[in-house]
Design a protein around this ligand. Structure first.
Ligand code: FES
Length: 256
């Protein structure tokens, strides 16, 4: 009897691949549903792996110390149904590991419609080519297929006063001047609907908060305490603007 059965190898490979996939999904800010499915698959495969290993160990004991009808004992053990306790123990251990990953891993995505590869579209549903944005352009965009979704509204700006500077995440800037920020004000959640060409400032009309679009949308005036979250931005092979991920932190009013 082989000490490593084909079933163990297969279950172990599936458990490892599903768990690694869940970690990657978290890092890439995939939807919680994807993470949940992968963790559940890892838990199931892990449980089967544990169960198979324990059954194999039980099968080897009587073969090493033969007493009575060894063949009958072996067949009985090898074909015995997996006990509920073994399955639950394996599933519980793997699920606990997954839960710990979710609890102590990277911050959860904020739940907007932005994902890697999703196109930015105008209120009319048109995709936006980077080349078509003139200097000083200010465009409101949404994830394709979710036009009008309040929490996903984004301001795209082609800076007029120079290239973007830190704390802007420069890898998320297209052609060094096209930046994208959440339009949901970090003060009280109004729409940041105004932009001043010439100073590259985004302006919230509710309580007059002003954000420096060229410098990571840090607040420079008014009651807002934290910057507008920056959307990871890139282009597809044809030059249309796409998200390269979701926002790195929750959008909307800041809660200390
Ligand atoms: S909600 Fe924007 S400044 Fe108050």
């Amino acid at each position: 009897v082989s000490r490593v059965s084909t079933a163990s190898v297969a279950a172990g490979a599936v458990a490892f691949a599903a768990f690694a996939g869940a970690v990657a999904a978290l890092v890439l800010a995939a939807s919680p549903a994807v993470v949940g499915v992968l963790l559940a698959l890892a838990a199931l495969a892990g449980a089967l792996l544990v169960a198979d290993r324990l059954r194999l160990r039980a099968l080897l004991v009587p073969l090493g110390a033969p007493t009575g009808d060894v063949h009958a004992q072996s067949v009985a053990l090898a074909t015995a149904p997996l006990t509920r306790r073994v399955v639950l123990a394996g599933a519980g251990a793997t699920a606990a590991a997954g839960g710990a990953l979710v609890a102590f891993g990277p911050e959860q995505p904020p739940g907007t419609g932005w994902r890697r590869g999703v196109h930015a579209v105008t209120p009319e549903g048109r995709r936006v080519r980077a080349e078509d944005l003139p200097t000083g352009a200010f465009v409101t965009v949404w994830p394709e297929g979710e036009v009008g979704a309040e929490l996903s509204a984004v301001a795209v700006v082609r800076l007029s006063t120079g290239t973007a500077e830190p704390p802007t995440v420069l890898e998320w800037v297209v052609q060094q001047r096209i930046v994208a920020y959440s339009k949901v004000c970090t003060h009280a959640g109004c729409a940041v609907d105004l932009y001043r060409t010439g100073s590259d400032e985004l302006y919230c009309p509710c309580h007059q908060a002003v954000f420096a679009a060229r410098r990571g949308a840090v607040p420079v005036f008014g009651p807002a305490a934290v910057p507008l979250p920056q959307l990871p931005l890139g282009t597809d092979p044809e030059g249309y603007l796409v998200a390269t991920g979701d926002f790195p932190r929750p959008i909307g009013p800041y809660r200390a």
